[in-house]
Design a binder for this molecule. Structure first.
Ligand SMILES: [Zn+2]
Length: 327
């Protein structure tokens, strides 16, 4: 991997869900910045998997300044096109997601998205009558969003954003918590910004902290790469695939995500597992026989995850700030 355009500094840390500091090794050398490799460890107490040592704050900031985050790193091999090229498709998909959110909450209101990226999710909400605001750390993403859409986006950290307490009906952190150094503090900040009775929607990837990943870790020694193809090998995060920058410093599972959300002062309403559907299987027109088979496996696993019969590769959690909460 080429040398990065910034200095790499690292720091060690304890489990950010339960505070324990005696993790065991989980996967060595999973990620890299230039010559610096990063390992995953697993908390013995709550099962959180995390990068340790992790990049220090300044290094984390520099990682997100890199434009390639959205063009190369963002889809982790699941998609064929880069994030910005998928604008229309992502706004349409977000519209479907918002339909469901409106059924689960109290309909349109004021929504805040933490990590609003290019703004596609919020634009879909705005078109449905929501009053939307975004917070985003990545300068290229903010530039893009401001160039394309009309709603306000704050560039920077959530704690510096100029919002009144209890001024939102809904907060969203979609693929955000796994990037944070203190996910409980992040959830608490979101909680303070939503009104009592308001909702928070959290979506996190959980594949790396699932039995599937552990099984694949063992099985990759025996599985012929040819049968899987390079895309699946990358998605399954085999040893020889380039993990890239350590963007995902936390890997939750169902139990510790629920515990974390409760400890941040929320009432958990629903938790649902699913499996992202890779573009090379679900959007391609002519599938080989092997890929037909894989597509079927993905559909089956997605159903099993939804039914809680298999560990989830992605978790969607809806929680509520208690109606009678004051602080
Ligand atoms: Zn822990």
């Amino acid at each position: 991997m080429p040398a990065p355009p910034f200095q790499v500094r690292t720091t060690t840390w304890a489990c950010s869900v339960c505070g324990a500091d005696t993790p065991r090794a989980y996967r060595m050398g999973m990620y890299a910045i230039g010559e610096t490799r990063f390992n995953l460890v697993r908390c013995r107490d709550c099962g959180l998997v995390y990068v340790n040592p992790r990049p220090a704050e300044a290094t984390l900031g520099a990682m997100y300044d890199d434009e390639s985050y959205y063009t190369d790193g963002y889809n982790l091999g699941v998609e064929d096109q880069n994030y910005f090229e998928r604008k229309d498709e992502l706004i349409a998909l977000a519209g479907v997601a918002w339909e469901r959110i409106e059924e689960e909450t109290e309909g349109q209101g004021r929504a805040l998205e933490l990590g609003s990226a290019g703004g596609f999710f919020l634009e879909a909400a705005r078109r449905r009558g929501w009053d939307v605001s975004g917070v985003e750390l990545s300068p290229p993403a903010v530039r893009y969003c401001k160039g394309e859409f009309e709603f306000p986006v704050f560039e920077g950290w959530l704690e510096d954003a100029p919002y009144e307490p209890q001024s939102f009906d809904l907060a969203i952190a979609d693929n955000v918590l796994e990037h944070t150094t203190d996910p409980r503090a992040t959830l608490r900040q979101l909680r303070s910004l939503i009104r009592p009775g308001g909702h928070v929607l959290v979506i996190v990837p959980t594949y790396v902290n699932s039995g599937f990943f552990r099984l694949m870790n063992l099985a990759q020694r025996f599985l012929p790469r040819k049968l899987l193809g390079p895309k699946l090998c990358g998605m399954l995060k085999f040893d020889d695939s380039d993990g890239g920058y350590p963007y995902h410093i936390l890997e939750f599972n169902r139990a510790n995500l629920v515990a974390l959300t409760k400890s941040a002062g929320f009432e958990v309403l629903s938790v649902e597992g699913s499996l992202p559907r890779p573009a090379h299987l679900f959007k391609a027109k002519d599938l080989s026989l092997v890929n037909h088979l894989w597509k079927g496996i993905f559909i089956l696993l997605d159903h099993l995850m939804g039914l809680r019969l298999a560990p989830a590769a992605r978790i969607r959690l809806l929680a509520k700030r208690p109606v009678h909460s004051t602080e």
